[in-house]
Design a protein around this ligand. Structure first.
Ligand code: GDP
Length: 447
């Protein structure tokens, strides 16, 4: 995750303030140094870092913490507000017909982002089309076509043509019925004059409402020059930062945003079409600082639940509280979990669990959990309908058969059955609860 290091080191220096009611200048100095160190190592431009740390310092020393606020919360709030101001608002993208042009160097993630953004718009009820004009990179056509198929969005490209401008023109005409046109362009290893001339020509032909610069999060200070050139030639309205799942950097992209006086539109967090997020400054920074991002989380949960239900129309999550909790229900729940994305990303969004807690887990804890879930899935695939509906019939010999059939082992099959009965017991407790009990419990909990 971008600037991951910042979240971690900041949290540990903030923890040293625990219990303090007031800050002295040394405390502030210490925290600001920590912030500077993290930002610089994440490739954020020096002048941006200085600007940010100056305002944090001034505010932390001058502003009185409101009554009842601890020094730690006070600083955290200031850091949060200043960081939100640094990353700026997200690029305005109204949910209406528009043409979006993508620019960037080869390998930055343009083609992937085009399909991801199309998927994102389609989930918002719009009808997107991706137009692939990259005739330079072999394989770009097939890759774009496949990803658009996976995203279930319209695609236009011509593997036999070699004039990107003509493809752009024909593509716009061929997809005239779509609401959103996302035009992918060719990149090069470095900015070359012919690339610039080509993209300027495409820009004239498609007349985009927005031009977005796609940047790999790992890009360093080179981002500045790139951003400046694209800004001069086509004008940049927003930035898409890709590969945030694979780097602790991302500062170069922030520099590009600053350089083009633009904003961040989308974040790419993985290789599949669903691994995209609309940039939300407050949620983004909250997550970074380990405060969780409830909005993203609830969006994911809702989407996952809707998809799981779509995949099996008879399954209604609400009915869990009424009927028996079978292994089939557990299978559906795991399916919904999987649809929410990799577990570590989901955990990062939960306040209190994000950052701080994740840091305490051994590095491979997530992989172990994910690995176990995958085994559970294989086991359930090897079970008969009868066994899924009524796990009690699974005795020793069936356990052995299921372990063999799923390519796992008896121990893991037992673990699955245990986990199921644990969940069943918990759910049964809820079932026994009348409305009065529920209210009493809420009262007890201080609600
Ligand atoms: P283009 O040359 O700019 O069109 O770049 P591509 O879209 O082909 O992406 C280059 C490589 O980066 C491909 O292998 C993609 O799968 C990968 N990629 C793109 N976006 C992401 C992302 O958000 N996360 C990860 N892990 N990989 C990505």
């Amino acid at each position: 995750m971008v600037l991951d290091d910042l979240g971690t080191s900041l949290r540990s220096s903030l923890d040293t303030l625990q219990g303090k009611a007031r800050l002295d200048e040394d405390d502030v100095e210490e925290i600001v140094k920590e912030i500077q160190r993290s930002l610089l190592s994440a490739d954020v431009d020096v002048s941006l870092v200085m600007e940010l740390s100056d305002s944090i310092k001034t505010r932390a020393v001058e502003e009185e913490p409101p009554g009842g606020t601890t020094a730690r919360d006070h600083v955290l709030k200031i850091v949060y507000e200043e960081m939100v101001a640094l990353v700026g608002d997200s690029t305005e993208l109204p949910l209406e017909s528009q043409t979006i042009l993508l620019a960037g160097l080869q390998g930055s993630g343009k083609t992937t982002s085009a399909a991801k953004m199309a998927w994102w718009f389609s989930k918002k009820g719009l009808r997107p089309a991706v137009i692939q004009t990259d005739t330079f990179r072999p394989g770009a056509y097939d890759q774009a076509k496949q990803m658009c198929e996976r995203a279930e969005v319209e695609f236009y490209g011509d593997p036999d043509a070699d004039d990107p401008v003509a493809i752009a023109r024909e593509g716009m005409a061929a997809t005239a019925d779509a609401d959103i046109h996302i035009v992918d362009t060719a990149g090069r290893h470095a900015l070359e004059d012919d690339l610039i001339a080509e993209i300027e020509e495409i820009e004239r032909v498609v007349d985009p409402d927005r031009s977005l610069l796609v940047l790999d999060a790992a890009i360093g200070q080179g981002a500045k020059e790139q951003a400046r050139q694209f800004e001069t030639s086509i004008g940049i309205d927003g930035v898409v930062i890709t590969k945030l799942d694979g780097t602790a950097k991302g500062g170069g992209a922030l520099t590009a945003v600053n350089e083009t006086d633009s904003s961040i539109a989308f974040l790419g967090t993985g290789e599949t079409v669903q691994d995209v997020e609309r940039f939300e400054p407050s949620g983004f920074i909250s997550r970074l600082l380990g405060m969780g991002d409830l909005k993203q989380l609830s969006e994911r949960v809702e989407r996952a639940m809707a998809e799981a239900q779509e995949a099996d129309e008879d399954w209604d999550p609400e009915q869990l509280l009424e009927g028996n909790f079978t292994l089939k229900d557990m299978q559906k729940q795991m399916d919904a979990m999987n649809r929410m994305g990799p577990l570590d990303q989901v955990m990062d969004m939960i306040p209190g669990l994000g950052g701080g807690m994740m840091d305490q887990l051994p590095d491979d804890a997530m992989d172990v959990t994910q690995d176990r879930m995958r085994k559970f899935e294989r086991i359930m695939d090897s079970m008969t309908d009868e066994e899924l509906e009524n796990p009690k019939v699974v005795g020793q010999s069936r356990t052995e058969r299921i372990a063999r059939g799923s390519g796992t082992d008896v121990e893991t099959v037992r673990q699955l059955l245990e986990q199921h009965s644990m969940m069943e017991r918990t759910i049964n407790q809820f079932q026994g609860m009348g409305e009065g009990d529920m209210q009493r419990m809420m009262k007890k909990m201080g609600g």
